[in-house]
Write a protein that binds this ligand. Structure first.
Ligand code: PFF
Length: 452
């Protein structure tokens, strides 16, 4: 297929900005606002944050560059991109399986992501009803547990979120998405800053900040390193072909390095600011930092309840969280959809519909595992925890290793150097992608799995 034909099928981003917006839309989502704070809380605070940031800088950024580069070279869905590039480089067809790993990971992540996004949809309405006014910790907890314990309510919100995702994805990737990210992400940033200001004025601010930023390695559990690594992949949206997908729309001549640094920087900043908003509230109200996935839903309503016009701000905040979640959901399902219409001759509409439907079905299991936690356990984890563990902590990092090996060892140095146009700093990237990333991620995985 010529580049011209490929462009007609996939469209191409109008500019570097469009790529940055789409990649940030994929990166910034529930991972930053919902997951990062509760993982920090469960894993003892500052030391976890430090390790997380090291993972982002040393492993995440080079892999993000590699993934974008592969996408731009291949200009297909991840499965076909890897197959084609492997063929051109004289490597085996097995590389296509890496694309598959990503398709499955994205699909499984979206199945539970949609349930959590459904919680934020529910909170839009809770907030706008104003019932959070002057809510205390006890009431905030009861309200959250009522939602988590209700399969019916979660069914409705999960379904609505999936319908929204499918209707956007079926219209193609360029339309609407750019505009939403361009205006709504900066707004989300401003809302989080406002929450930060509020949190910093609270009694528990000092304690919250030192929990978040003062590393205490004795609080780190054995598994924490692996969780931090998995979260870096999850939050940056790496290791499953989403960024590869977006890279395939990126015009030649745009600096992949700069784009990756901007995306990773914005993603990390939002996660940290979300932490700054939440932990002061946790300590002011003597809540447990390690309470798990309900953390933001049990803390933020207290803050909004105490703010002037809190119900308005609370409503806007959860609307923005919903948009952040939907731009990530689109990235999660896109590799599946692209594969279906490239290989199975489906139209974009039916590809989106079928993948959305299948994902929605799997999501029902997660709803059950939240509302009936005692029965939906396998070994020491609930179904939700298993899905999260297998995807974020195993599949994404393994995908990341394979992408690094492919970019560092299968593709020639001329090819990657030409794409990255890094000058003398190219050697640094090449070292990171050939040695640091595969060995670093591999060792953390081995240690995590071995020590479990
Ligand atoms: N990065 C998204 C978040 O932090 O919510 C989740 C995600 C999107 C993961 C896209 C993986 C992905 F490919």
């Amino acid at each position: 297929m010529s580049e011209q034909e490929q462009r007609l099928i996939h469209g191409q981003w109008s500019s570097r900005m469009a790529f940055i917006l789409a990649a940030s839309g994929s990166a910034i989502g529930l991972g930053n606002i919902w997951k990062f704070p509760y993982l920090v809380g469960e894993n003892g605070g500052g030391a976890f944050v430090l390790i997380y940031m090291l993972c982002v800088v040393m492993l995440g950024v080079p892999i993000m560059m590699a993934e974008t580069l592969l996408g731009r070279k291949g200009r297909r869905s991840p499965v076909n991109t890897l197959l084609n590039l492997a063929r051109q480089a004289g490597a085996g067809r097995l590389w296509g399986q890496v694309g598959w790993l990503g398709v499955v990971a994205g699909f499984l992540i979206l199945s539970y992501y949609s349930v959590i996004a459904g919680w934020s949809l529910a909170y839009i309405f809770k907030m706008s009803s104003g019932f959070m006014n002057q809510v205390d910790a006890e009431k905030a907890r009861t309200a959250f547990l009522a939602l988590q314990g209700s399969p019916e309510l979660q069914f409705i919100w999960h379904s609505l979120f999936m319908i929204a995702t499918v209707s956007i994805v079926s219209r193609g990737v360029n339309r609407g998405l750019e505009a939403a990210t361009r205006y709504l992400m900066p707004l989300l940033f401003i809302m989080i800053l406002a929450l930060d200001l509020f949190a910093l004025g609270s009694e528990g601010a000092g304690q919250g900040l030192s929990f978040l930023f003062k590393p205490d390695f004795s609080r780190l559990s054995g598994e924490s390193l692996m969780i931090a690594l998995g979260q870096a992949f999850f939050s940056l949206g790496l290791g499953m072909g989403a960024i590869m997908m977006y890279g395939s729309y990126l015009p030649d001549g745009v600096s992949i390095t700069r784009a990756s640094l901007i995306v990773a920087g914005a993603d990390t900043l939002i996660a940290l600011l979300a932490g700054v908003a939440i932990f002061p509230i946790v300590f002011t109200h003597h809540l447990a930092p390690g309470m798990g996935p309900g953390l933001i839903f049990e803390t933020l309503p207290i803050a909004f309840g105490k703010m002037p016009a809190g119900h308005l701000f609370g409503t806007i905040f959860f609307v923005l969280v919903f948009f952040a979640a939907i731009t990530s959901a689109i990235a999660l399902i896109e590799p599946t959809v692209a594969w279906l219409y490239e290989n199975r001759g489906m139209s974009r509409e039916s590809a989106s519909l079928w993948s959305g439907l299948a994902c929605w079905l799997v999501g029902l299991g997660t709803i059950q595992s939240f509302s009936d936690p005692l029965h939906w356990r396998i070994g020491d984890k609930s179904l939700f925890e298993w899905l999260d563990f297998v995807t974020a902590e195993l599949m994404l990092p393994i995908g990341g290793i394979l992408i690094a090996v492919f970019a560092g060892w299968v593709l020639s140095a001329e090819t990657t150097a030409g794409e990255l146009a890094l000058g003398s700093r190219y050697r640094l990237w090449r070292f990171a992608i050939r040695y640091l990333a595969p060995l670093g991620v591999g060792l953390i995985l081995l240690r995590g799995v071995g020590g479990m």
